[in-house]
Write a protein that binds this ligand. Structure first.
Ligand SMILES: C[S@@+](CC[C@H](N)C(=O)[O-])C[C@H]1O[C@@H](n2cnc3c(N)ncnc32)[C@H](O)[C@@H]1O
Length: 208
């Protein structure tokens, strides 16, 4: 995928969540790192960071900004370069909404696989009313929008995110936010989820 990304001002969105990590901070993965601002944030806060993206151009850009961080080409739906349960934190800033429903399920599954039990998943996803960036005026869950470059984009409701997390993550916080990207208002969900420490007890959640 060819990749062009202008670096914007950074809003420190990870700060409130990462305050809970004492030294040593642990391992972190930035999925869909783009130009590498989240990677830089994690690395300057003492995390042992790795970064990945499906775009070689993005990796070059992030690698330039974060020369000591290991970078790998990886599809978020597989995260093949990474073994199971190795990261304390996985961050995905506006990078997991390029898939249909099946792809989204796989991406959440891949993040779950690489996170340690008790690990934190911090992510941002396009919201259903992100009209300036292509959200349809009439929203149908899981209906993707085709981009001019052949890629697809997904726009999320809270229910869609809860559906993806169900059985894998406990959602600690989900907030719909607005900010500015490329001088246009951007609407997205910002979420913090945890991979539970324990597998649910057999039969948990089943109604009698
Ligand atoms: C809008 S940029 C966000 C970049 C960065 N995370 C940030 O918040 O600034 C989306 C990024 O997701 C990457 N991406 C798209 N599809 C991907 C996939 N299947 N696997 C991994 N990364 C992907 C793009 O290459 C791009 O770098």
């Amino acid at each position: 995928m060819s990749y062009k990304y202008r670096i914007q001002s950074y809003d420190n969105w990870l700060e409130p969540w990462l305050a809970r990590f004492n030294a040593p901070k642990g391992t972190a993965l930035d999925v869909g790192c783009g130009p590498g601002l989240d990677t830089q944030f994690l690395s300057t806060r003492g995390f042992e960071v790795q970064a990945c993206d499906v775009s070689a151009d993005a990796l070059l850009q992030s690698g330039g900004l974060n020369p000591t961080v290991p970078h790998a080409i990886a599809d978020a739906r597989e995260l093949l370069p990474y073994p199971d349960s190795i990261f304390s934190v996985v961050v995905a800033g506006l990078s997991l909404h390029y898939f249909d429903q099946g792809g989204s399920v796989r991406a959440f599954g891949a993040v779950h696989r690489v996170l340690k039990p008790g690990g934190l998943f911090l992510f941002r996803l396009n919201a259903w009313d992100d009209f300036e960036f292509g959200a349809p005026r009439v929203h149908d869950a899981w209906q993707v929008v085709a981009e001019a470059n052949g890629a697809i984009k997904q726009f999320f409701t809270e229910a869609m995110i809860r559906e993806l997390a169900a059985g894998r993550f406990s959602i600690v916080s989900m907030e719909k936010k607005r900010s500015e990207r490329y001088s246009r208002p951007k609407s997205f969900f910002e979420c913090c989820a945890i991979k539970p420490d324990h597998a649910p007890a057999p039969g948990a959640g089943r109604r009698a």
